[in-house]
Design a protein around this ligand. Structure first.
Ligand SMILES: CC(C)(COP(=O)(O)OP(=O)(O)OC[C@H]1O[C@@H](n2cnc3c(N)ncnc32)[C@H](O)[C@@H]1OP(=O)(O)O)[C@@H](O)C(=O)NCCC(=O)NCCS
Length: 140
């Protein structure tokens, strides 16, 4: 049963500008520990890949925050929501701490899809619930 859906479009140029202005501090605010390590490695090899990695994570987390109906409000935080990758390359959502507890208490599961083009990154997220009492209750 659908709990909620969320979408987001992110301007890659804004992410690049924030990185130029705030450096690692901006990435550390948006990325989980694991993501930050991946971002560092990618940025070291090719800075533009780091920018795009950060932009897709940014948009995926915003789309997820809308699908769960919280927006960027507790227990939803940037760093408690991680976007990982399956061996196939498909992204999936890994949650931590209070957000994970909140999510599991509602028997939720998430599906995330991300894309990027020259100047934009975009994401779409579907969150399901296995508990009929929570069906369609995102944002309520
Ligand atoms: C959801 C959120 C992360 C999106 O922020 P953004 O990147 O600046 O804006 P976007 O253009 O990507 O998305 C805006 C749309 O998100 C949707 N949205 C807003 N809050 C939402 C929520 N809690 N759940 C799902 N969708 C939400 C709305 O449709 C909104 O469009 P609208 O303003 O035309 O109604 C942000 O609005 C947020 O964190 N909201 C919760 C905290 C809050 O309300 N703060 C302000 C009051 S103190």
């Amino acid at each position: 049963m659908i709990y909620g859906i969320g979408t987001d479009i992110c301007d890659v140029r804004r992410i690049r500008a924030s990185l130029e202005k705030h450096g690692d501090r901006f990435a550390a605010k948006v990325l989980s520990e694991g993501e930050f390590k991946t971002w560092k490695a990618r940025s070291a090899r090719w800075p533009e890949r780091g920018v795009r990695y950060l932009a897709t994570r940014f948009s995926a987390k915003e789309a997820f925050s809308k699908a769960i109906g919280l927006g960027m409000r507790m227990p939803m935080t940037w760093r408690l929501c991680e976007i990982d990758k399956l061996p196939s390359g498909a992204p999936f959502v890994v949650l931590h701490g209070g957000l994970k507890e909140w999510f599991e208490a509602r028997s939720l599961s998430a599906h995330i899809s991300v894309t990027d083009e020259t100047d934009y990154a975009a994401s779409f997220c579907v969150v399901e619930t296995a508990d009929a009492a929570f069906a369609g209750k995102s944002g309520l």
